[in-house]
Write a protein that binds this ligand. Structure first.
Ligand code: COA
Length: 184
């Protein structure tokens, strides 16, 4: 089962049925914070909504087509990180993430994505990682920027958000850039 330690404070692990209550609580406590950028938040209104979605996440993982994992900070579930899909033909994936409002500013997501990049390149042998961020989502944008992702361009009207489209910035990181960076 997918799970690993990022460092002495952070762990990433696959989310399963036994986590549905704490996951619901995390989302429910952070609705206003998360719904600004994540359209799915309004659709997850109860623990039962997670009971329905978690098997789909597990199937995705079993099919080797990505995963949805919890981020634990000092043992508490504080966020999620996952792969939206894996394009095996082109060895490419796309990462998404969020974290609880009250633990922002500690580098939890940056550290998690950094460890995940190592895992994706070294263990899963992928070649390219993408992150897509709305042009106005400054906090999110800072994460790929901090990790040396390359800003490739804009996907115009790339995300529907309630009543308007947002342009998305497409960031990418290649295995060769990452390896080069690690030895610099
Ligand atoms: C986007 C989001 C994950 C960013 O959270 P965050 O806490 O800013 O990100 P990190 O956990 O990487 O923390 C970075 C901050 O910690 C600081 N930090 C402290 N220790 C650090 C460390 N060891 N490594 C890196 N950064 C560290 C950084 O300086 C930065 O602080 P700043 O915001 O004052 O510049 C969060 O705001 C969120 O969940 N938003 C709502 C959902 C969302 O937008 N998801 C993304 C959709 S694309």
């Amino acid at each position: 089962m997918f799970s690993f330690k990022v460092d002495h404070e952070i762990e990433i692990g696959l989310l399963q049925q036994q986590h549905k209550e704490e996951l619901f609580q995390l989302i429910d406590d952070n609705r206003e914070h998360l719904r600004k950028w994540l359209l799915w938040v309004d659709k997850r209104k109860s623990v039962q909504d997670f009971e329905t979605i978690i098997p789909l996440w597990i199937t995705n993982y079993a099919n080797n087509n990505g995963f949805d994992a919890g981020i634990r900070y000092k043992g508490t579930l504080v966020g999620m990180v996952g792969l939206h899909f894996i394009d095996w033909k082109n060895k490419t994936t796309s990462i998404g993430y969020f974290i609880s409002e009250d633990v922002q500013g500690k580098g939890i997501v940056t550290r998690s994505v950094k460890a995940l990049a190592n895992y994706l390149f070294d263990e899963m042998n992928l070649n390219r990682i993408e992150v897509e961020v709305a042009v106005n989502n400054r906090k999110s944008m800072a994460i790929p920027e901090r990790l040396g992702f390359v800003r490739e361009g804009i996907k115009r009207d790339g995300q529907w958000l309630y009543d308007h489209y947002e342009d998305l910035i497409l960031f990418s990181l290649l295995k060769r850039d990452w390896k080069q960076k690690s030895v610099d």
